[in-house]
Design a binder for this molecule. Structure first.
Ligand SMILES: [Zn+2]
Length: 290
């Protein structure tokens, strides 16, 4: 069933768990992620990152994502991940996406806020939910999703979101979800990340209730800290890099074992099965014992 993220995030926050948001840049990942959500009977957010459009254009993978969402046995939100230019956002809307992340975090604060306020009004009229970002998680778009950019805890600190600013931003714009920085980064970590959970607690306290808190860069963070962030008020957790790396490693090993005699469709199927199991484990962590 295709849904936007409003209701599923509202229920998640009430229930003390989080909804997983996983990039699906190809059909194998799409089947794996939706299959995992169905296995566990939990809602899921699947997303296409603007930076993945060089792998596959949104006009090719987007309608597939929408079709799989409609046919799924669980609520599925089809979301644009880090849409940073207006034309791209419009392309996602034309493809039938039910939710948009309009990421203007690279702009000055006031400009980010003004543009998101205007966009959220338009999106809500179309029954589309909106996510924004505050704080700079990575400096360039190339850093996101599966890239090998390395971050240590000291360099991540300069990106932290100020709780008061997050509250004002949410109040002014009316966004449904806000990605904030409190210790995570995109891509691969150079050392185990240390999250500032107190910052999340503070933000949840002072932000409007209707704006949900989002953690990006969820992959590579230990389960205890992920669950602490969820208990503190994160109701959407973005996850991708480590799953994509693990699936690739699995295929390397398998090809090595079979001495490279496999067919391509067997390789694809094996990656699908591996990711479905992997996603199931990740989504179980996000359930936070519920
Ligand atoms: Zn992100």
């Amino acid at each position: 069933m295709l849904v936007n993220m409003k209701q599923i995030l509202e229920e998640a926050e009430k229930g003390g768990y989080a909804i997983g948001c996983i990039n699906t840049p190809n059909v194998e990942t799409l089947r794996a992620v939706i299959g995992a959500a169905e296995d566990l009977n939990v809602p899921i957010i699947i997303d296409h990152a603007q930076v993945h459009d060089t792998l596959i254009p949104i006009e090719e993978i987007g309608p597939k994502m929408v079709e799989y969402a409609k046919n799924a046995k669980v609520p599925v939100c089809v979301h644009l991940d880090h849409g940073s230019d207006y034309n791209f956002v419009m392309r996602a809307i034309r493809c039938g996406f039910s939710s948009i992340m309009y990421d203007l975090s690279a702009l000055p604060y006031e400009e980010n806020m003004a543009k998101l306020k205007e966009f959220t009004k338009l999106a809500h009229d179309l029954d589309i939910t909106v996510e924004a970002e505050l704080g700079i998680m990575t400096s360039t778009e190339d850093d996101t999703h599966g890239d090998d950019t390395v971050w240590d805890n000291e360099s991540i600190k300069i990106t932290f979101t100020e709780p008061e600013q997050a509250a004002e931003f949410a109040r002014e714009t009316g966004v449904d979800a806000l990605a904030v920085c409190f210790g995570t980064a995109h891509g691969i970590y150079s050392e185990p990340p240390i999250l500032d959970i107190e910052r999340v607690v503070k933000m949840r306290e002072i932000m409007p209730k209707d704006t949900r808190i989002v953690m990006h860069g969820g992959s590579g963070v230990d389960n205890e800290q992920v669950q602490a962030a969820i208990s503190a008020g994160c109701s959407k957790v973005n996850y991708y890099s480590y799953m994509a790396k693990a699936a690739a490693k699995h295929i390397y090993e398998e090809l090595d074992e079979t001495k490279g005699s496999a067919y391509w469709h067997e390789v694809q199927e094996s990656a699908y099965r591996y990711m479905r199991e992997y996603a199931r484990e990740v989504l179980t962590v996000f359930k936070n014992g519920k």
